[in-house]
Design a binder for this molecule. Structure first.
Ligand code: ADP
Ligand code: ADP
Ligand code: MG
Length: 650
């Protein structure tokens, strides 16, 4: 086994690898960019080396800097994680030349599977079924159009260098083929610097089922399958293992095809062979086709770990350090069922748009495995993948594992950025999904109802009521000093998404009150020190840069109305107005030398997709303006300074 390894990655996967290394007594070296100075993976490793700027090309993709870091720290091997350099054969060659070991397959195995067209041709030769279509050299539009015709519509145009669902277009009729081809090629050229495409039959009722394989260069085994059919924009959202409806016959057929694929290229380490399956008539051994092989550890590997009880990163380290495969095929057992949900900072109703923000609060329940690389206070920056965490559950049956997933999602608390948590919770309750009727069209088909389920108005008002109760900062005995003949009345003004919400309380004794929010009215009762709204389970309230309420996979953030006024004024009477949050300067409304009055707008900041007006904290003359329109600023950055002392008003 290695003494020390370097992890050429960041975020949750770097933390995940460090955990296993520690477990095996292997020392770890983290690398980090400017943006990741204070990241969790840096703190988790034994040593850390700064490798450059925040943009991936200046740090996590910089081959020479990473190799130098490994040599300098005496690391013997490099684990690439996923993404970044994990499937880059030139990186493997450079490591080898520097006398380092790559924890992964050989450069030649990566090259063999690197381009989808060449990989398909190779798999065809090896007797692995491939999706019917054209994956030859010719790229002229008329020829491809003709091939699409003979394949039969609908077809899928795919970038041969593709990944992450990019450079892919489904075409349903000949009339839109040219348009689809142009779009796929443009996206491919932009994302991969290679505009070559292949054309595939678009499989009916498609299910994405992939097989986890492991090789040691001579032998190979599979660790069963994962179903990753719940996708948005051709990207995975919830994965599970085993696949619903899997039969022994189908598993044998897919497993042996995947092992054949791995053996054909002398595969070493962890890999995934992805198949597209026509699920229109259940799972049938003649209805699955090879799509591509990912020559790395996959994001969703924890579901396989959960059902096999194995640690895939441990296997990677053992195999890379020269050990043979730890188990034979017949020794690998499948137990129960597992799910993984990917928690992202993204705006689902806006079309799954990636979001950024500082995590004001992040907490996972104890009844799940949560793999993450961030914690409260960390920023989801625009530089990297906006994944916050993976939530994994396991149970003896699919029903139990899924019920545990719903529960874990409901109990996850995340605030400070828009997330897909509510959507994931709704998805985990989807009746078709619960019944195991999955296909890649499920999310797009039922998006409207999944979103409707997310915007549960009644619950949201109850959550506002809970926040207001917190904000009211009730004395131990709210009736102290008041006439017992009249209910105690109190009003709290909160701000939510820029709107002011007025909440009125009427107490009827110390432990009960009526709460009115616009036309909604709730009864809250206090028992054992916690307030319940309408007898519902207790909601968690956290105060951290706002009041956050969490319930059933939802969260809302409110601020005390006057608190916000003070905060955005940058402190009462102070000279310098500071940015209360990271964001973009939408407009700078003043210039040096200008006189302003208390409360006058100074600057408009856009943060977390909301506009905030920063106002003068007193009368005065602008001495300095620090930021211009369009500038990206961090929390606490100075924006405007007023001249010291008061300026007489004339
Ligand atoms: P899978 O192939 O398992 O579906 P994805 O393709 O969704 O996995 O995820 C791999 C992608 O994740 C990479 O191609 C990259 O865009 C992104 N990525 C790379 N490194 C990281 C990281 N450290 N944390 C999160 N995402 C990353
Ligand atoms: P990427 O490299 O972006 O992961 P893949 O070839 O693995 O590209 O395809 C991504 C997704 O697109 C699959 O998981 C599946 O949902 C869909 N897909 C790919 N090929 C087909 C096909 N022939 N028919 C139907 N859906 C497909
Ligand atoms: Mg894929």
């Amino acid at each position: 086994m290695f003494r020390k390894i370097l992890i050429a990655n960041r975020g949750e996967i770097a933390c995940r690898i460090i955990k296993t290394a520690r477990h095996l007594g292997v020392a770890t070296v983290a690398v980090y960019s400017d943006a990741d100075r204070d990241a969790m993976h840096v703190a988790a490793a034994d040593e850390a080396v700064h490798i450059g700027g925040s943009a991936p090309k200046d740090s996590y993709l910089n081959v020479q800097t990473i190799i130098d870091a490994a040599l300098k720290t005496g690391a013997e091997a490099i684990h690439p994680g996923y993404g970044f350099l994990s499937e880059n054969p030139d990186f493997v060659d450079a490591l080898t030349a520097a006398g380092l070991i790559f924890i992964g397959p050989s450069a030649s195995a990566i090259r063999a599977m690197g381009l989808k067209d060449a990989a398909k041709a190779l798999m065809e030769q090896a007797g692995v079924p491939v999706v019917p279509g054209y994956h030859g050299e010719r790229q002229d539009a008329d020829f491809l159009h003709m091939r699409a015709e003979s394949i039969g519509y609908p077809v899928l145009i795919k970038a041969v260098a593709g990944g992450g669902g990019k450079g892919m277009r489904r075409v349903d009729a000949p009339s839109t083929f040219m348009e689809g081809l142009r779009a796929a090629k443009a996206e491919a050229a932009n994302a991969f610097g290679n505009d070559a495409v292949l054309i595939e039959k678009y499989v009916a009722s498609p299910r994405h089922i992939e097989v986890q394989v492991f090789g040691d260069g001579t032998d190979a085994v599979h660790l069963f399958e994962r179903d990753c059919s719940l996708q948005r924009r051709h990207q995975k959202v919830i994965e599970e293992a085993p696949a619903p409806g899997m039969t022994a016959e189908m598993r044998e057929a897919m497993g042996s095809a995947a092992v054949r694929a791995a053996k054909t290229i002398g595969y070493s380490g962890a890999g995934t062979v992805e198949f597209i399956v026509d699920g229109s008539e259940g799972l049938r051994p003649d209805r699955f086709w090879f799509m591509e092989m990912n020559t790395r550890l996959q994001v969703e590997h924890p579901v396989t770990e959960a059902i096999t009880g194995l640690d895939l990163v441990e296997w990677q380290l053992r195999v890379a350090s020269g050990e043979p495969l730890p188990l034979k095929q017949e020794q690998i057992e499948l137990r129960g069922h597992a799910f993984e949900a990917r928690l992202y900072a993204e705006d689902v109703p806006a079309g799954f748009l990636p979001a950024t923000g500082t995590l004001a609060h992040l907490q996972f329940p104890s009844n799940c495995r949560a793999d993450t690389g961030v914690s409260t206070g960390d920023m989801i920056s625009p530089w990297y993948d906006p994944m916050i965490a993976k939530i994994i559950t396991h149970g003896p049956t699919r029903d139990i594992a899924l019920a545990k997933l719903t529960r874990a999602l409901e109990e996850t608390e995340v605030a400070g950025t828009v997330t897909n948590l509510t959507f994931l919770t709704a998805l985990s309750r989807h009746s078709g999904f619960r019944a195991g009727e999955v296909d890649t069209g499920l999310i797009p088909r039922d998006l409207a109802s999944l979103l409707a389920d997310s915007s549960h108005n009644g619950l949201e008002h109850a959550m506002i009521a809970r926040a207001a109760l917190h904000a009211a900062r009730l004395p131990k005995d709210p009736l102290a000093g008041f006439s017992l003949w009249q209910p105690l009345r109190q009003t709290v003004m909160l701000e939510k998404d820029g709107d002011v919400v007025t909440v009125a309380f009427a107490f009827r004794g110390a432990n009960q009150c009526r709460i009115d929010i616009s036309e909604h009215s709730y009864t809250a009762t206090q028992t054992g020190g916690c307030w319940r709204i309408e007898g519902q389970p207790e909601m968690r309230v956290v105060e951290a840069n706002g009041i956050h309420v969490f319930a059933a996979g939802r969260s809302i953030t409110l601020r005390l109305h006057d608190l916000l006024q003070r905060e955005t004024a940058g402190g009462q009477g102070s000279d310098v107005t500071l940015a209360p949050m990271p964001g973009l300067v939408r407009a700078m409304l003043v210039q040096a030398g200008q006189d302003v009055e208390l409360g006058e707008p100074l600057c408009i900041l856009e943060a977390m997709k909301m506009e905030h007006t920063l106002r003068a904290s007193r009368d005065g003359r602008v001495a300095e303006v620090f930021a211009h329109e369009g500038a990206q600023i961090s929390a606490g950055d100075p924006l405007v300074r007023l001249e010291a002392g008061n300026v007489a008003h004339g």
